[in-house]
Ligand binder design. Structure first.
Ligand SMILES: [Zn+2]
Length: 319
């Protein structure tokens, strides 16, 4: 890897601004000679430049900062025992946070479509179990409800993805079985057996739903690069530096075949690193805090909770 994560991020920002400056320069220079004719072009380029570069970022930011609108009706009472039994990590939540989790599940299932595939039937229990884990990432955050996500497709077990083969004109099975996938086109794919098992054991550091929905948070910026949506600008540089340092360590551990608190699948790239770190943060918080306190610290700030201290809510400065 030649460039650092931080320099890549900074490069992308500088690149965008430089494009606007060059465009502006091209237009402004002739204005000196023909002010009337080119004045309209300034407006035009401003609108196009703003549209292409600023508008998507502004929209993303607006979507994510739009608070989740809770529904007026109370959640069904039987969800309390259902969530506690099927997603035992929820038993660690303070009462008020658990109530918020139930309200978030309600919004999630109101807004998103959970559908079965491969002959699998989505029951209320399946939908609530998945939604509970997805919403766990949002309980202590002031962001939107996965605004770009529309559909969660659930297979009975690990599935082999199909790709279109132009030679045969058929969908062919290829690659290895997957437990889950997150797309930036509004779809998350999950294996129910993995999702249920991940929820059932809240201390093994493996949770496919937390993993895929961490990807959703990451993808909302437009890039799956391990830098999720909602970070204040001042936090991006320290975030990138810690992530990169720990990512390199994980790569080295992977090469040597050494086990760490983080699954070595996280050494694939920055996006997988963030998703794997999220799993460890919620499921192995004490070990993560002890072994990688800087990474743990970043995640407590980001998720707004300190799982190693009994899911204590973090006090946030008012922005
Ligand atoms: Zn992943």
């Amino acid at each position: 890897m030649k460039t650092s994560l931080w320099s890549e991020l900074r490069g992308a920002g500088i690149g965008g601004i430089a494009t606007l400056v060059i465009l502006g320069g091209i237009v402004l220079l002739p204005m000196v000679y023909e002010p009337g004719v080119f004045a309209a072009m300034v407006v035009l380029v401003g609108v196009i430049g703003g549209g292409l570069w600023f508008a998507p970022r502004l929209l993303t930011s607006m979507k994510w900062h739009k608070p989740i609108r809770l529904l007026p009706d109370p959640p069904p009472p039987h969800w309390t025992s259902l969530v506690r039994e099927r997603v035992p990590i929820s038993q660690e939540l303070r009462q008020e946070d658990f109530q918020r989790l139930l309200k978030l599940i309600q919004v999630f299932l109101h807004e998103k479509h959970v559908e079965g595939a491969g002959g699998f039937e989505v029951t209320e229990e399946v939908a609530v179990t998945i939604a509970a884990q997805a919403c766990l990432l949002l309980v202590w955050r002031d962001t939107g409800m996965y605004p770009d996500l529309r559909t969660i497709i659930v297979y009975p077990s690990a599935t082999i993805p199909k790709t279109f083969d132009p030679r045969t004109g058929l969908l062919e099975e290829s690659g290895t079985p997957i437990l889950g996938q997150s797309w930036d086109t509004g779809v998350v794919i999950l294996s129910w057996s993995s999702a249920a098992q991940g929820a059932f054991d809240p201390r093994d550091g493996q949770n496919v739903v937390l993993h895929e929905f961490a990807h959703q948070l990451d993808q909302e910026t437009g890039e799956a690069d391990g830098v999720p949506v909602g970070l204040p600008l001042s936090a991006v540089k320290p975030w990138a530096e810690v992530m990169e340092r720990r990512f390199r360590q994980l790569k080295a551990a992977d090469r040597k075949g050494r086990k760490t608190v983080l699954d070595t699948y996280g050494a694939t790239n920055y996006a997988e690193f963030f998703a794997v770190a999220t799993e460890a943060f919620f499921e192995k918080p004490e070990q993560l805090r002890q072994k990688k306190p800087d990474l743990y610290g970043l995640l407590t700030e980001f998720y707004g909770v300190d799982p190693a201290e009994g899911m204590r809510r973090m006090d946030r400065p008012v922005a």
